[in-house]
Design a protein around this ligand. Structure first.
Ligand SMILES: *Cc1c(COP(=O)(O)O)cnc(C)c1O
Length: 217
């Protein structure tokens, strides 16, 4: 199947309430164009430098999402165009995003990353840390960022019961925080191997790479 066929196969399963982020990290411009020409406009990258290069080359109606772990000193390179930043996991990073967004007179939408996986390698905040950030007076002064939701990654395992349990946990934290912060609307969870489970558990945004573009080297 072609890349465009893969995209079609996934998008036709999605309801209007789920947004597909096509994760194009490591993939060449030609492959991204194939997906773009098939109608996809939302793309995700995990390295700022790579995303900036692709932004400069590709059509300007693409919405670029940063899904990787952020290096604070590089936020400035994407602040003029990034549509959504998924992996925010500290107040310091929020402050830097706010500072750079202000320079461009923009408001940048962000998702807070929650740690749901068992592994130590996955980044993210605990629920208590998120509540703490949302209640800080300094947070309320950040006029150029909007926290629009949460993002999480399930453990890398074939145990579907465990994956479902982790997504359920993320969804329930999302619902709980929504009662404190009414702007929360996006729940970014689900990748190539687990997006069906994620959608069943309430995902509103899936980040799919290899199921569209093929395996990465
Ligand atoms: C690479 C990546 C994805 C996509 O992974 P696939 O398994 O190829 O779909 C999703 N989310 C994040 C944070 C990633 O780094």
């Amino acid at each position: 199947m072609s890349i465009a066929d893969n995209l079609q196969k996934i998008t036709c399963q999605l309801s209007n309430s789920v947004t597909l982020v096509a994760v194009s990290k490591t993939k060449p411009i030609s492959s991204i164009f194939e997906v773009y020409n098939a109608g996809q406009r939302v793309f995700g990258e995990n390295k700022i430098k790579e995303m900036v290069e692709k932004y400069e080359t590709l059509p300007k109606d693409i919405q670029w999402h940063m899904i990787g772990h952020l290096q604070r000193n590089k936020v400035k390179y994407m602040a003029h165009f990034v549509e959504l930043i998924h992996g925010v996991d500290s107040f310091k990073t929020l402050k830097e995003i706010n500072k750079q967004a202000k320079k461009h007179n923009r408001i940048i939408n962000c998702l807070l990353q929650i740690k749901i996986a068992q592994e130590d390698t996955k980044f993210g905040l605990k629920t208590s840390e998120i509540k703490e950030i949302l209640s800080l007076d300094d947070f309320k002064e950040l006029q150029n960022i909007n926290i629009v939701g949460l993002m999480g990654m399930a453990s890398f395992t074939i145990d579907k019961v465990q994956i479902r349990g982790e997504f359920k946990q993320l969804k329930s934290i999302f619902e709980e925080l929504k009662t404190q912060n009414l702007q929360l609307k996006t729940l970014s969870m689900g990748m190539s191997g687990d997006y069906n489970i994620a959608i069943e558990e309430g995902s509103t945004m899936i980040r799919v790479g290899s199921a569209i573009f093929g395996v990465r080297q």
